[in-house]
Design a protein around this ligand. Structure first.
Ligand SMILES: [Zn+2]
Length: 586
């Protein structure tokens, strides 16, 4: 029996304004992976939701004077719309502010980690705001990064060097909401998750060895060279004094009170990834399915393949922190709990394919600087398939990359030529000279096309399994180029005048590229794949193996040919650049 596959995309902050950088980072590659696996008939589930408890949300909601719950609901609507427009095909898109089932599960995670001895209570000094009479959670604080010196580091993390930070160690700390507020260090306490034993933990260690082998170099370097073997792991606070979040439970698993936790909530990085599980539970409840099939494995069994797609700012959480939380749910004793029971444990991730950053024409996307592209209008204008095609082709898989308007046109036009024109040239020709039916193969064979389709299909499958989506896309386009080369070599246009049977035989072969192309296109550009199938007069493709490829039989009546991909005129790109830069191009 093949293993189920559980795919997650990073939970977006409800307050975040989605831009193409987010979408190519964690959503589009996951969607390609999931669509591919659905196509070949895998048992695959795709889960996401918004991350609602971040301090970024409370900050923004307070600034606007909107209740937290209303604020994050708006954020969910925005993300749900944008992902829908781009065809991101989640099986469930939840919210971490939903008390059922998320709050109870997050509290259980806390209690189990505590019972298994991984949570410590620590007295700390915390920045206090005399003006507002409260301790400031770390993102309410900005200051100078004590690792790289960046002047505008957040209290939890430096946006420049990516280091985890402690707010009370920032140089020149100031309140983000009120720079005049003279912050003071005062005594406080929080619960912390002690990550020090992580890499030597008996459950974690064997997993970590395997996990490392499969990671992309950029991810592996960060996790192992920078974090585990470099800086080393410490304990991290998992509670905060905030009015918005999952309340810290006040009774432990054994019914003993946990003192003094009024006003404390689980810190967002602890509760957010649990959202992957609660979103799965929500899906299972709705669909009458079993969420445990994807999250729980029995001792000695492999369990599901868990794959987290994320942006590079989330690597540490998904490769170290969340796995530690999953592993540390083991507790002895008879408790009535939701998670793994005796002889069971949560699955740990098989891979965490993280992408790098995606910029716009050499600069960061920025709504406030108007250096951006509005996703909705863009997709309306250029269509979802061309948008997906370009974003996948330009994806920052191994290093940062850019949205470049001229590159968008160049790649689109290449798709139009190699793929779109290839299909429509053949189909129009067959309509005109062969009554729109697949001509006879005669004494020719399909060896060449069969071999090329097999080579490209296998290479695409390998690239997708290795999270090399740009290469996978190249194989799709490469098969279209193979088809063009076939036409070059056999010249059916010439043959028609001299040998109609030979012309028909060449077209019979050339036509066989098209069902294969519709399959290879499906994970990337599902709309184009479907249009091509309509033009071939084929029913939607059922799930199943890609090889052997479908064959169009002699005499099969084809559909009506039309333009699959239109080219983009130069003037359109010039006016887009002018709108972006605010001036005409030189
Ligand atoms: Zn820094």
């Amino acid at each position: 029996m093949t293993r189920p596959i559980l795919v997650t995309s990073a939970l977006p902050y409800a307050n975040g304004q989605p831009h193409f950088g987010h979408l190519v980072g964690a959503y589009l590659p996951a969607d390609v992976f999931v669509r591919y696996h659905r196509m070949i008939g895998s048992d695959v589930l795709y889960i996401c939701g918004t991350d609602d408890h971040g301090v970024a949300n409370t900050l923004a909601a307070e600034k606007e004077g909107v209740p937290y719950r209303e604020f994050v609901q708006r954020g969910w609507d925005v993300w749900n719309d944008v992902c829908g427009q781009l065809g991101i095909s989640f099986d469930n898109f939840s919210q971490t502010c939903r008390e059922v089932p998320h709050y109870a599960l997050a509290q259980e995670f806390f209690l189990r980690c505590k019972k298994s001895g991984h949570i410590v209570r620590r007295d700390i000094e915390q920045l206090y705001s005399p003006k507002t009479n409260r301790f400031l959670a770390d993102r309410y604080v900005v200051g100078e990064c004590y690792v790289c010196g960046h002047d505008d580091a957040r209290g939890d993390e430096c946006p420049k060097c990516g280091s985890w930070l402690e707010a009370n160690r920032l140089k020149n700390p100031r309140s983000r909401t009120d720079p005049e507020d003279k912050l003071e260090l005062r005594a406080a306490w929080q619960f912390e998750l002690d990550l020090k034993p992580f890499s030597e933990d008996p459950l974690v260690k064997p997993w970590l060895t395997e996990f490392r082998k499969g990671l992309k170099t950029n991810v592996s370097k960060f996790v192992f060279e920078k974090m585990i073997e470099g800086e080393g792991l410490e304990s991290r606070p998992i509670t905060r004094d905030l009015p918005w979040g999952v309340p810290v439970p006040n009774v432990d698993l054994d019914g003993q009170p946990i003192e003094d936790v009024d006003g404390k909530v689980l810190y967002v990085w602890f509760d957010a990834p649990i959202g992957y599980i609660s979103s799965t539970m929500e899906w299972a409840e709705r669909e009458n399915k079993d969420w445990r099939r994807y999250w729980i494995r029995k001792d000695g069994e492999d369990g599901a393949r868990l794959v987290h797609f994320i942006g590079k700012d989330n690597i540490a959480f998904h490769c170290i922190v969340f796995p530690s939380m999953l592993a540390w749910q083991q507790v002895d004793g008879d408790y009535s709990l939701t998670g793994p029971g005796k002889g069971e444990q949560y699955v740990l991730p098989e891979n965490v394919p993280a992408n790098e950053f995606f910029n716009l024409e050499g600069k960061k996307f920025s709504k406030s600087d108007q250096w951006t592209i509005d996703i909705g209008p863009f997709i309306e204008k250029y269509g979802v398939d061309r948008t997906r095609y370009y974003l996948i082709a330009a994806m920052p898989e191994t290093s940062d990359s850019d949205f470049i308007w001229r590159d968008f046109k160049a790649r689109n036009d290449k798709l139009a030529n190699a793929f779109g024109n290839f299909a429509s040239r053949i189909l129009k020709f067959v309509a005109k000279h062969f009554d729109n039916r697949v001509p006879a193969l005669g004494s020719e064979t399909l060896d060449r096309v069969t071999n090329e389709v097999r080579t490209r299909t296998e290479a695409m499958a390998r690239a997708i399994e290795e999270y090399r989506f740009r290469n996978a896309l190249d194989e799709f386009l490469g098969l279209a180029e193979d088809g063009n080369q076939f036409l070059q070599d056999t010249q059916p246009w010439q043959l028609r005048k001299t040998d109609l049977a030979a012309c028909g035989a060449a077209l019979h072969q050339a036509l066989q590229y098209l069902p294969a192309l519709s399959a290879l296109a499906q994970p990337f550009v599902p709309g184009l794949a479907a249009s091509l199938r309509t033009q071939l007069n084929l029913a939607p493709r059922g799930a199943g193996p890609l090889l052997p490829s479908e064959r169009l039989a002699e005499g099969h009546a084809l559909g009506e040919a039309s333009v699959l991909v239109a080219k983009i005129p130069d003037e359109v790109i010039a006016s887009e650049l002018e709108a972006l830069r605010g001036t005409p191009e030189d």
